[in-house]
Design a protein around this ligand. Sequence first.
Ligand code: HEM
Ligand SMILES: *[C@@H]1O[C@H](CO)[C@@H](O)[C@H](O)[C@H]1NC(C)=O
Length: 322
Amino acid sequence: MASSSSLPSAARCSLLLIAALTLVLSHGAHAYGGSGTGLSYSFYDNSCPSARDIVRRVIQVARIIDARIPASLIRLHFHDCFANGCDGSLLLDDDVSSGIMSEKKAPGNYQSARGFKVVDNIKRVLEIACPGTVSCADILTLAAEISVELAGGPAWNVPLGRRDGTKSNIESAKDLPSPFDSLDILQKKFRNMGLNDIDLVALQGAHTFGRAQCQFTQRNCTAGQEVGTLVNLDAATPNVFDNKYYGNLLQGRAELPSDQVMTSDPIAAATTAPIVHRFSGNQKDFFANFAASMIKMGNISPLTGRDGEVRKNCRRVNKKSY
Ligand code: HEM
Ligand SMILES: *[C@@H]1O[C@H](CO)[C@@H](O)[C@H](O)[C@H]1NC(C)=O
């Protein structure tokens, strides 16, 4: 993958750590309220009050180096949650001794999912500030919200308290939505997760930022474009979280076929197309629905209580201590 920066990686790494450590040594609690499904808005208020600020600070630095990072991070949360629940399993690397076949090798993730080093940096700082406390699954959930907010989108309170899985879910990862799925298949994959048409249209609105490789786009790369060439998912405002994406759809100018089907499929007129019109005409409406749908997606089968564990390293399950 092409490097987006001229900074050597050692310099990038220490930049991130210095910025984040400054924060650990400084402050502050974030106000939460309310509750989710076995999750809680105040989960880390006592155990790690700086959790959200640490995640935010590391992402802020990372996006200076690579403007695409917020988009890449929210996509990790989506791909984690859709493969057997939001349990951080996507972050596990191959490990024969623990029987882990990494979800990173599944087609939707392979040579595509990215941002893992930023997650490592977040985890490293959290382990210094509050050892063994903040799960990798919650890091992805927090990172998703913060990423949207930093890119100009809505802010919302994030239910927390997910624990990390100890297995990977390669079979469900293979069934992630594909850019070539028809609308009824996309609807089915979302319904299987308890997500309806409004959720489908709202959540695909995340394609308001980030990039796609040209072989996944409607044009299937243009003449002279090599496979893997990156194109902006939202040609209008590539790094901003706004509702312009829906305007592109209405003009037939979505990048991914799976975006365009929400207006072009024969069953779209009676299902998703009116929602695309709505969100295109009213950004506040889109933002409110996006936040609500993100919370629904983040609540897909979390491990809570004494289930699972809090990983020390997001790439590996903890060693058993007997
Ligand atoms: C409806 C099903 C979906 C399909 C078929 C789909 C498909 C894709 C594809 C093919 C890419 C480009 C990957 C590449 O070229 O390497 C992509 C990128 C992206 N997707 Fe989706 N997506 C879907 C839903 C979602 C959802 C629900 C979210 C988040 C809430 C999301 C967020 C993103 C973001 C932000 C990017 C850009 C990532 C980056 O630049 O690193 N997508 N998606
Ligand atoms: C895109 O073009 C390549 C090369 O012409 C072809 O092999 C591939 O099947 C095309 N992809 C789609 C989805 O049509």
